[in-house]
Design a protein around this ligand. Structure first.
Ligand SMILES: *Cc1c(COP(=O)(O)O)cnc(C)c1O
Length: 453
């Protein structure tokens, strides 16, 4: 068999529905609470920040939700996305494992994020919204929403975490090319931003702070809503096109994954590839292991407690139960900017607590080493975030070699690293060090967790 094995679907195989794992949960998600009353909130409480169709998806327990035709039309530009068998990597590792990866880097923004950006822009447009505010870490989400805003005729205002704003000037240029505006966060354009700057004038920013700024700006105007690129149920829902396609492609390959692997920041790309398979595990008892990989410098799932917390630093958002490092936690400025969030998707947190997901963490230099090994074998330079999934997959493949077992490993190559070459440059120049989070800062952030009766 040739080295490059690619499984391509026809346009007709583009999913018509998103898969909603809420329908299959053995126990329902804990309720989302109002930050003031600590009572469960209803759809109306979220209406100032999200369009109603998105809110209804957020709370839906229907197993399948139809993908609107204009959204499928936009998806068709790059979907169905290819699935590859990594034969050259298998040879390089001399492993009996069968390694597959789903490649989301072929989207126009270079990652999985347009899968939800397109959907959210569509629903906002449909409900008469003119402007969407958002935050972005490494810039992938801001880029994706900028693109979607351009497709659907919406103004996009992005608050970009300052450390990434400075590290990745081309991301800002990307967003501005599509007509979006991009402001470094914390900024002096919002009360939340000014409050942070008063206390920490040199703040490098965090997703929690940028979310506060974006939400604050959204609630001020009736024609403006807010969009989140990860964490929430509806975002994870939109990403399930990834796993549904992968399921058909694994069938084409005549195989079925023993392990499904993804990196986790807020949890959306992992959910995208994992949830359709996890549904089969929950419903039919399929024997699959799910591995969620995070950076050791921001170890939400592996070190953070499962507790009610705010999604943002200024405490403008409702309380959700999730693995969290505390909403005021600012992780060290490592390069996998997309993995720097203090919290984790409630669905991922819940499924981890129920024992369906095995989390693990790696330091960044070992992830870059894995990413470079992957690039040499497969010809694709992964995003620094995706390198965490690559590292875990390579470790699992080596374990197969050592144990003499042949397993099918499937991971989500959620984005390419073409905007991240400075990080690769730094790694190759020996300038990247494995940063530790400050345990006293973490303790302080955790001490600030809200007490929920
Ligand atoms: C945003 C991003 C992530 C992290 O977000 P998730 O919601 O956990 O997927 C990971 N990889 C890439 C390429 C990203 O753009």
């Amino acid at each position: 068999m040739s080295d490059s094995v690619k499984y391509l679907l026809n346009e007709a195989d583009l999913p018509k529905f998103w898969y909603n794992i809420a329908a299959d949960l053995p126990e329902p998600l804990p309720p989302v609470l109002h930050p003031g009353t600590q009572q469960p909130i209803g759809p109306d409480d979220l209406a100032p920040i999200f369009p109603m169709s998105v809110i209804l998806q957020e709370v839906s327990t229907e197993r399948t939700i139809e993908i609107p035709e204009p959204v499928r039309d936009a998806y068709r530009q790059w979907r169905p996305a290819p699935l590859y068998r990594a034969r050259r990597l298998e040879k390089m590792l001399d492993t009996p494992a069968r390694i597959y990866y789903k490649y989301e880097g072929i989207s126009p923004a270079g990652s999985h994020k347009p899968n939800t950006a397109i959907a959210q822009a569509f629903y906002n447009k449909q409900e008469g919204v003119k402007r969407i505010t958002t935050e972005t870490g490494a810039g992938q989400w801001g880029s994706s929403l900028a693109l979607a805003g351009s497709f659907f005729g919406l103004e996009i205002e992005v608050f970009m975490v300052k450390v990434s704003f400075n590290q990745k000037p081309y991301r800002r240029a990307f967003m501005e090319t599509f007509g979006a505006t991009c402001t470094a966060s914390p900024s002096d354009t919002t009360e939340s931003g000014r409050a942070v700057l008063r206390e920490h004038p040199d703040s490098t920013g965090s997703l929690g702070i940028a979310i506060s700024e974006a939400v604050e700006m959204a609630v001020q105007r009736d024609d403006t809503k807010y969009a989140l690129g990860s964490v929430l149920n509806h975002v994870l829902l939109h990403q399930t096109v990834v796993g549904q396609e992968a399921m058909l492609q694994m069938e084409m390959a005549g195989d079925y994954p023993d392990k499904v692997i993804g990196c986790v920041g807020g949890g959306s790309n992992f959910a995208g590839i994992a949830f359709p398979f996890m549904g089969e595990r929950i419903r039919d008892g399929k024997n699959i292991e799910f591995i969620a990989v995070e950076p050791s410098a921001c170890p939400t799932l592996t070190k953070g407690p499962y507790a009610y917390d705010f999604g943002d630093t200024a405490h403008l958002t409702p309380l959700v139960k999730m693995h969290t490092l505390g909403s005021t936690f600012v992780p060290p400025g490592f390069h996998a900017g997309g993995l720097r969030y203090h919290g984790m998707a409630p669905l991922i947190s819940h499924l981890t607590a129920l024992g369906f997901i095995a989390p693990r963490s790696y330091h960044q230099t070992e992830c870059f080493a894995a990413g470079i090994q992957f690039a040499k074998a497969e010809g694709i330079i992964p995003a620094p975030e995706a390198n965490h999934a690559v590292k875990a997959t390579i470790d699992e493949a080596i374990r197969c070699r050592e144990e003499g077992t042949s397993k099918a490993l499937l991971f989500n190559l959620c984005g390419h690293g073409h905007f991240d070459m400075q990080a690769y440059r730094d790694y190759m120049d020996g300038k990247l060090v494995d940063q530790e989070y400050d345990p006293s800062e973490l303790a302080m952030a955790l001490a600030g967790l809200p007490s929920v009766a």
